[in-house]
Ligand binder design. Structure first.
Ligand SMILES: [Fe+2]
Ligand SMILES: [Fe+2]
Length: 283
């Protein structure tokens, strides 16, 4: 499924936490991936931190060849306007449903829009010819693969929130657009998660299925366990332990409770994953 992997360098560009001089945190996620000579941006954060952090980390957004959107929520797509300003990437990959209106129900019963913000949508409209809509596992540049929609198998996982396709909150949003990125390394598969609305266990099991059962070496990103029930948390941690992942970087919407639980349960496996964190994988 995956092409030959090149040396891959990953920098966390946007995340809910930041460490380093002048780096900004925001509720959102973006990974900067250098795969050989190719530059891939996986998600863009919500738009307040991307430019600043790219500047501070000495990463030129004009180098981006490919953008991949994990799903259509604002905290992953809001930086598109900045990412595309003056840039013309070769391709922007997303599932068609990422472009749909998206809403979350508030506790008081009202709703708020959480889809692609207007400015980002306008930027995307200006690059329609670069938009590649995908609905299945798709090999990208540099040995990376986008999972496409993830089969929902685990009975203890769901999308993780009151998400809807309409402002009246009548049509649940299955988040079919949710996808992860993965690539091969000598130690096993490396997976980057956006929000894992399909469930982190579902996602990792699917990646293993797509890679012929290769061991999972590293998993970084959002696991959307914020607000997860104790039962879901327990089952998830149990499954993650069984998957025997060498390096686990819970980030973004994993949430504090789950993040602390993971660090407590798997202290020798968990690694930081905040703005400025760098990971490198040799071919
Ligand atoms: Fe998110
Ligand atoms: Fe999300």
């Amino acid at each position: 499924m995956t092409e030959k992997t090149e040396k891959i360098r990953i920098t966390v560009l946007v995340e809910n936490t930041a460490e380093g001089q002048g780096l900004l945190a925001e509720h959102g996620l973006a990974f900067w991936i250098e795969a050989g000579s190719q530059c891939v941006l996986f998600d863009t954060g919500q738009g307040g931190a991307l430019l600043n952090n790219a500047y501070r980390l000495d990463l030129s957004l004009s180098r981006i060849d490919t953008i991949v959107l994990s799903h259509g929520h604002y905290d992953h797509t809001g930086g598109l306007a900045d990412a595309l300003r003056g840039n013309r990437p070769t391709a922007i990959y997303a599932h068609p449903d990422a472009l749909k209106p998206k809403f979350a129900r508030n506790q008081d019963g009202t709703s708020r829009s959480i889809g692609i913000p207007d400015a980002a949508q306008q930027a995307l409209n200006g690059h329609r010819d670069r938009l590649v809509l995908i609905d299945k596992p798709t090999p990208l540049t540099g040995g990376l693969t986008a999972t496409g929609p993830v089969p929902r198998v685990a009975d203890f996982e769901d999308t993780g929130g009151p998400f809807f396709l309409d402002a009246r909150c009548e049509q649940p949003d299955p988040l079919t657009d949710d996808q992860a990125l993965f690539f091969d390394s000598p130690q096993g598969t490396v997976v980057l998660l956006g929000c894992a609305h399909s469930g982190v266990v579902n996602t990792l099991r699917y990646v293993q299925q797509l890679t012929g059962g290769r061991p999972l070496h590293a998993v970084f990103g959002g696991m959307h366990l914020v607000g997860a029930s104790p039962h879901r948390l327990e089952r998830t941690i149990d499954e993650l332990r069984k998957l025997n992942i060498d390096r686990l970087g819970p980030a973004h919407c994993t949430g504090r409770t789950a993040t602390f639980a993971l660090w407590n349960t798997l202290p020798d496996r968990c690694v930081p994953c905040h703005v400025g964190t760098k990971f490198q994988f040799d071919p």
